[in-house]
Ligand binder design. Structure first.
Ligand code: GDP
Ligand code: MG
Length: 392
């Protein structure tokens, strides 16, 4: 025995060590932790047990997920497009609805435009530059009833479920209700849910960057156990956002890949054709309460800027600019999830200097009544804040 522990603790340790059933083992280990000594010297042992607990929980979750995947016959394959830029928007619609034309008109891409079906057979990315950030647009192959069961459709849905925002592209030159029903039906079959209430925890698996945890103050527990859980699940690169107060179980649910919740909007295109005004009105009446609907015409280049900014708003991100005393602000922003605080920005600049040795932050808002304010690490940031950090 490394440290002084109580007889109850010793007894519970035996119970725990003899329990074989995984779920029960977790329960016993939790009991053990509750009985653990609270003095110095016991910390090391406690940390080891906590780590063990996280590993056991990860193991049981993995088994459950495999079980669910086996039952539903679906895999958990990742999207095939590498995410780049500040966020990713997927354009989805029936064939010939004008997706390629839209992407071509706001990026340098030269996607094939055709008056024949299924010109674009694989998810195709292009980069939209909006002021000082880039947004990745991805055209998904045209959907049709049952397309989620085809190889191409499955791949498209896998990209859709991992994206930051879905743009439903609705062609105003043909029946809109049929288009909406087809797209929504296919997404629903692929277990992609749109515009559901913001969940307490949002996770995004990414290609690099390690464990990026935002809103840690909302986590009801020790943030170390989150990191250990991710490690034990062998998830190396991920963004976890605690957007509201959240428990360990809510984190586990968020990592469940069988249902995806994605933000969405509608782009109503070909606004130049005859009958488009009436069809747009119908669309508004029917779906206006569920989605933002943005009318455009690629042909007449109408409202393309409005569409780009609508994408930006639906990514739920904000831009902040750092500034050194006596100098201009940096030209390139730091992009953070909405709801981020000063600490999240400081972590991106220099953790050791500006968090561990944090002194204060000055926020400069040119258009605000109070132009400069001195704040702490927990202060919530707004889009286009200029921030000056100082350390001891
Ligand atoms: N009138 C009009 N036609 C458009 C517009 N955008 C696209 N189209 C036409 O719609 C057809 C299909 O376009 P495309 O971008 O290939 O559709 P996709 O299959 O959804 O990628 C092409 O013939 C385009 O010229 C628009 O804003 N107005
Ligand atoms: Mg196309």
């Amino acid at each position: 025995m490394p440290t002084n522990v109580t007889p109850q603790f010793e007894k519970q340790r035996e119970v725990y060590e003899e329990t074989e059933d995984l779920a029960q083992r977790i329960v016993e280990l939790e009991k053990l932790l509750a009985l653990a000594p609270n003095h110095k010297g016991g910390e090391r042992m406690l940390a080891d047990y906590r780590k063990k607990l996280a590993q056991l929980k990860a193991l049981i979750e993995k088994r459950r997920e495999q079980e669910r995947a086996r039952r539903s016959g679906g895999g958990t394959e990742e999207g095939v497009i590498r995410k780049e830029g500040a966020g990713q928007v997927c354009l989805i619609g029936v064939t010939n609805s004008g997706k390629s034309t839209l992407i071509n008109s706001v990026t340098n891409a030269k996607l094939d435009v055709g008056n024949y079906p299924f010109t674009t057979a694989v998810p195709t990315p292009a980069m939209l530059t909006l002021e000082d950030i880039n947004i990745q647009l991805v055209e998904l192959p045209g959907v049709f009833e049952g397309s989620h069961k085809t190889g191409i459709g499955r791949q498209a849905m896998s990209v859709a479920r991992n994206t930051d925002c879905i743009a439903l592209v609705i062609d105003l030159s043909q029946d809109t209700d049929w288009q909406m029903n087809t797209i929504l039906g296919e997404l629903d079959s692929a277990r992609v849910r749109l515009n559901k209430e913001k969940t307490a925890v949002r996770v995004d698996k990414v290609g690099l960057g390690g464990h990026m945890i935002y809103g840690a103050q909302n986590y009801q527990g020790d943030i170390e156990e989150v990191k250990e859980f991710l490690q034990a699940r062998r998830i190396t690169n991920i963004i976890v956002r605690f957007q509201k107060p959240a428990s360990f179980q809510q984190l586990v649910d968020a990592l469940d890949t069988s249902v995806a919740y994605v933000r969405a909007l509608v782009i109503a295109t070909k606004g130049d054709v005859q009958g488009s005004v009436e069809r747009f009105k119908e669309l508004e009446e029917k779906y206006g309460s569920r989605f933002d609907i943005v009318p455009v015409s690629a042909e007449k280049r109408e409202n393309l800027d409005g569409m780009s900014w609508a994408f930006y708003r639906h990514l739920d991100i904000l831009r902040v600019y750092t500034k050194s005393p006596g100098k201009e602000r940096e030209r390139k922003p730091i992009v953070l999830p909405e709801g981020s605080v000063v600490e999240d920005a400081a972590a991106k600049v220099h953790k050791e200097l500006f968090i561990e040795r944090f002194r204060s932050a000055t926020i400069i808002r040119e258009n605000d009544k109070i132009k400069r304010r001195v704040v702490g690490l927990n202060y919530p940031l707004q889009d286009s804040d200029v921030i000056q950090l100082s350390h001891t």
